[in-house]
Write a protein that binds this ligand. Structure first.
Ligand code: PEP
Ligand code: MG
Length: 532
C-alpha cells in the first residue's frame, strides 16, 4: 500500500477536492514521421487549423478578459509566421513535431528574456499554443484535463483553466503560480479550489489525492483515517456554503444589529450574468484593466461606455464603483504600460493615467456619460499624493464641459480613491478631497511588508492580518467614521470569511468581495458582535 504524502503549498482559492492526480504534460504520443517534407508541412497546417478551431470554439462562450486571452492565441495561430518558420526547418529535415516545438520554444525563450512583464505573461499563452498543436500532431487525446481530477502543473494558462468544465469538481495544485495571479482570481470568482507553490515534489499521475485549499495542502495516497477527517472537513464546509447561499439574499446584520454592506468585485462585465443583484449592495470594485488587455488595442469610448452601461443596467440603481484603469505592476497592457525594472513601484494606476492623458480622457468621457444612467462612482487606483486627485478631478471637469458643449448626456460621478499605498493610510486627512476611500488590502499589504504579491516563495509573509497592516486599516476606518467619509475594503481579505471578524473589529462596515464568497462573508458578519 502506498504511503501517504503530505505536500504543502499556499491557498489561492479555498475549497476541497478529492480525485486522481492529473500530471500536466505527460508527454505526447510518439509522432509518426511522414514520408515527405510536403506531407510534414501539410500535417502541420492541419494541426494548426485544428488548434485554431478548438480555440475559436472555446472563445464562443466567453467574453471580456477570458475571451481576450484566447483571442491572442487565435491571432498567433492564424498569423502563419510560426508555421512558415517551422516549414523552413522541415525543409532542412526536421519533422513537423520537432520543427513546431523548436520554433515555439525559441519564441517563448525570447518572450521570457525580454524582461517586459507583458511578454513574460504572454509566454504562458505561447506554451499553451505549443502544446495544443503538438497534441493535434501526435493525435493525443489528453490535451484537455479530465473532469474531477486534481491537476498538477507548473502553472496554468488562463485559457486552459477557462476551457475546462469545473462544475464536475476537481482542483489545481501548482508547483509555481501565485495567489495573486490572473488564474487565481478566476478560480476564486468561480469557486475552484487551488493551491500554489507546491514546488518540485514527486507525485504520481493517477494517485488518489485530497486537495484542501483551505489550509493549502495536497495529501497523496491518504489512509482511511485521513480520508475520513478530510470528508468531515469537506462536509462541514459544504454545509456552511449551502446554508450561507440560502441566506445570501438576506442583509448582513451583526449580532448586535449593525448592518454591514456587502458589495461585489467584478472584472469582466459578463461576470454579472452569474450574480443575482438581490444578494449584494452594489459593485464595490469593477476592475477595468481587463477591458484594456485585448488584442484589438485600447478600447474606444463606445466600447467602454457599453461595458459600463451593462453593469449599471444590471445593478438596478444600486451603486456601481468603477475603477479607472489600474494597469502596470502585475497587470501589463500592450501599447500602454511601460517596461520597468521594479514595476510595482513604477508607472502604474493613476500615475500612468495622468502620464497619458489622451488615453485617460477617453475613459473619463465614457464614465461621465455612463454616470447619467445610474449610481456610478469612480475610483482612482494607486493614489499616493493628494495632487493626483486634484489633477484627475480637473480632467473630469474639463471633459464634462466638453460633453456639455456638445449637448451629450452626462453627469459628474462621485470620485473616490483606493487606499493601497501606505502614504494614504498613514495620513488619510491629506486626501479628504476624495469622495470615498476603498482599501486595497492586496497592494497595501505588499507595500507595508515589502513582500511582492506575486511571489509564492515568500510564503505567509504578505498577509493582511499582519498587525502593521491591520493597524493602518483601523486607522483609515476610524478616520472615515470621525469625518463622515465612506470607507470600504475591496482587496482579497474582504472575501475571506476568516478575516471578517478582524475587519469588522477594525471598524469597517462595507466590504466588497469575490462573487463566490458573498454568502460566506455575510454568514460570518451575522456571527460577529462588538466585544465578542
Ligand atoms: C488591491 O490592491 O487590494 C486591489 C483591490 O486592487 P488589485 O488587486 O486589482 O490591485
Ligand atoms: Mg491594487
Amino acid at each position: 500500500m502506498a504511503i501517504p504524502v503530505k505536500i504543502t503549498g499556499q491557498p489561492a482559492s479555498a475549497g476541497f477536492a478529492h480525485g486522481p492526480v492529473h500530471l500536466a504534460h505527460q508527454g505526447h504520443r510518439v509522432y509518426l514521421a511522414k514520408p515527405t517534407p510536403e506531407a510534414e508541412v501539410q500535417a502541420l497546417e492541419l494541426a494548426v487549423e485544428a488548434a485554431a478551431a478548438s480555440v475559436a470554439a472555446a472563445m464562443s462562450d466567453l467574453s471580456g478578459d477570458a475571451a481576450d486571452i484566447l483571442e491572442f492565441q487565435l491571432a498567433m495561430l492564424e498569423d502563419g509566421s510560426f508555421t512558415a518558420s517551422a516549414a523552413e526547418m522541415i525543409g532542412s529535415g526536421a519533422t513537423a513535431f520537432e520543427a513546431w516545438k523548436a520554433v515555439l520554444e525559441a519564441e517563448i525563450a525570447s518572450y521570457k528574456a525580454s524582461g517586459d512583464p507583458y511578454f513574460t505573461a504572454r509566454s504562458a499563452d505561447l506554451s499553451d499554443i505549443r502544446e495544443t498543436v503538438l497534441s493535434a500532431l501526435a493525435g493525443d487525446d489528453e490535451a484537455t484535463i479530465p473532469p474531477g481530477v486534481i491537476h498538477v502543473d507548473r502553472d496554468i494558462a488562463p485559457s486552459r483553466f477557462l476551457a475546462h468544465d469545473w462544475s464536475k469538481g476537481g482542483g489545481l495544485a501548482l508547483r509555481d503560480g501565485s495567489a495573486a495571479s490572473h488564474v487565481a482570481m478566476l478560480a476564486r470568482a468561480r469557486g475552484v479550489p487551488m493551491i500554489v507553490g507546491i514546488g518540485d515534489c514527486a507525485v504520481h499521475d493517477g494517485a488518489d489525492a485530497l486537495l484542501d485549499a483551505q489550509s493549502g495542502e495536497l495529501l497523496v495516497a491518504p489512509d482511511p483515517a485521513q480520508l475520513a477527517a478530510f470528508d468531515g472537513r469537506r462536509s462541514a464546509s459544504d454545509r456552511r456554503l449551502r446554508d450561507a447561499e440560502l441566506q445570501a439574499a438576506e442583509p448582513a446584520i451583526t449580532m448586535d444589529g449593525e448592518k454591514v454592506e456587502v458589495l461585489v468585485n467584478i472584472a469582466d462585465p459578463a461576470d454579472v450574468g452569474r450574480i443575482s443583484i438581490g444578494t449584494v449592495d452594489g459593485v464595490g470594485l469593477m476592475r477595468t484593466e481587463f477591458l484594456f488587455a485585448g488584442e484589438r488595442g485600447l478600447p474606444d469610448e463606445e466600447t467602454q461606455f457599453a461595458a459600463y452601461r451593462k453593469v449599471l443596467d444590471w445593478a438596478q440603481g444600486k451603486p456601481v464603483t468603477i475603477r479607472t484603469i489600474d494597469a502596470g505592476g502585475d497587470k501589463p497592457v500592450e501599447g500602454y504600460t511601460v517596461a520597468e525594472d521594479n514595476s510595482f513601484l513604477g508607472l502604474r494606476g493613476i500615475r500612468l493615467s495622468l502620464a497619458k492623458p489622451e488615453i485617460f480622457r477617453v475613459q473619463i468621457r465614457a464614465l461621465l456619460r455612463a454616470a447619467s444612467l445610474g449610481a456610478l462612482k469612480v475610483m482612482l487606483p494607486m493614489v499616493s499624493v493628494p495632487r493626483e486627485i486634484v489633477e484627475a478631478q480637473s480632467l473630469f471637469a474639463d471633459e464634462a464641459a466638453g460633453l456639455a458643449r456638445q449637448g451629450i448626456a452626462h453627469a459628474m460621478p462621485e470620485i473616490g480613491i483606493m487606499v493601497e499605498v501606505p502614504s494614504v493610510a498613514i495620513t488619510p486627512e491629506r486626501f479628504a478631497k476624495a469622495g470615498f476611500f476603498s482599501i486595497g488590502s492586496n497592494d497595501l499589504t505588499q507595500y507595508v511588508l515589502a513582500a511582492s504579491r506575486d511571489n509564492s516563495r515568500l510564503g505567509g509573509l504578505g498577509s493582511t492580518d499582519d498587525p502593521a497592516v491591520m493597524a493602518l486599516i483601523a486607522k483609515v476606518a476610524g478616520f472615515g467614521q470621525s469625518e463622515g467619509i465612506e470607507i470600504s475594503l475591496c482587496g482579497d481579505a474582504a472575501s475571506d470569511p476568516d478575516m471578517t471578524a478582524l475587519l469588522l473589529k477594525a471598524g469597517l462596515r462595507r466590504l466588497s468581495v469575490a462573487p463566490a464568497r458573498v454568502g460566506l462573508v455575510k454568514a460570518a458578519v451575522r456571527q460577529w458582535a462588538m466585544g465578542a
